[in-house]
Design a protein around this ligand. Sequence first.
Ligand SMILES: NC(=O)c1ccc[n+]([C@@H]2O[C@H](COP(=O)([O-])OP(=O)(O)OC[C@H]3O[C@@H](n4cnc5c(N)ncnc54)[C@H](O)[C@@H]3O)[C@@H](O)[C@H]2O)c1
Ligand SMILES: Nc1nc(=O)c(N)c(NC[C@H](O)[C@H](O)[C@H](O)COP(=O)(O)O)[nH]1
Length: 270
Amino acid sequence: MSTSTLPTSEPPAFLTDVLGPARPGPRLNSDEITRPYVTLTFAQSLDGKIAGKAGKQLILSGRESMIMTHWMRTMHDAILIGIGTALNDNPQLNTRHLPPRSSNEERYHLPRPVILDTHLRLHPECKLLINYKSGTGRRPWVICSSSASPLNRATLEKAGARIIEVTERDGKLLIPELLRKLRSLDIRSVMVEGGSEVIGSFLAEAPIDREDGVLSSIVDTFIVTVAPIFVGDDGVGYGTGLSGDQIPKLQHIRTEVIGKDTVVAAKPSL
Ligand SMILES: NC(=O)c1ccc[n+]([C@@H]2O[C@H](COP(=O)([O-])OP(=O)(O)OC[C@H]3O[C@@H](n4cnc5c(N)ncnc54)[C@H](O)[C@@H]3O)[C@@H](O)[C@H]2O)c1
Ligand SMILES: Nc1nc(=O)c(N)c(NC[C@H](O)[C@H](O)[C@H](O)COP(=O)(O)O)[nH]1
């Protein structure tokens, strides 16, 4: 375990070590042709909660680890969340916590926002679409099922969203198909930020992807920030309902103390 003081002009060594030169550069997974590199990341309390009562957004991360998370955003082609998070938090998914760049410096890479939104419930005036229209954010890609309302589709397209269809099962979009589609659209790395249901889906997919007969995990790296706080039983957890067999076994890569938080990086052990 080591303690970090964050550099101000480049991603912390912790991230470049753990993720490799994620952008641009060689991909690390062997099936890079069929899916992007996937980093599953979130912040949790000591009692395993990612949000407060009724999903109330909590600031769990301290300033330093939040900056680390924003550096992580610059290292991925796309950042993926579920519609629950989009509606609850109205996020921007940008790099606003990083130090401002001077006019002669290259701008921070902004990841492509990707929202899993089976029934197209995203608000046309959400910050992601407003930022896109004002030129301060990238065009969000909204992933839905073919049964989503054509009216909602037209409204979101008018508001600037790109709509992409993926097969749905029980209200959830199929993750392997989604990843293949993203890769075909030149997305080579995805940072999955949550929320609870999305984390659960990626955990459930993580152990083994047998589709092409190759044993591999759909998640390449887990980066979990643990904040020194208890939330209590009425907070929102994740991975509930997954048994020990379904949950991936981990190989520990590195643990870093960043500010008041502990950030754990692991890879699935196959
Ligand atoms: N602490 C953190 O790091 C962190 C990060 C993100 C969100 N959050 C919190 O998580 C909460 C939201 O979580 P949530 O579970 O309500 O919503 P979510 O963001 O996980 O979105 C879930 C919804 O996405 C859609 N979806 C489509 N395909 C899916 C698939 N394959 N798997 C899962 N969902 C799919 C479904 O409509 C589903 O209901 C908020 O309270 C937010 O503040 C915390
Ligand atoms: N690293 C981290 N520490 C936290 O304390 C916390 N609450 C989140 N949560 C992430 C969050 O709930 C969603 O990813 C937001 O929706 C992102 O929103 P922004 O783009 O920052 O506006 N993440």
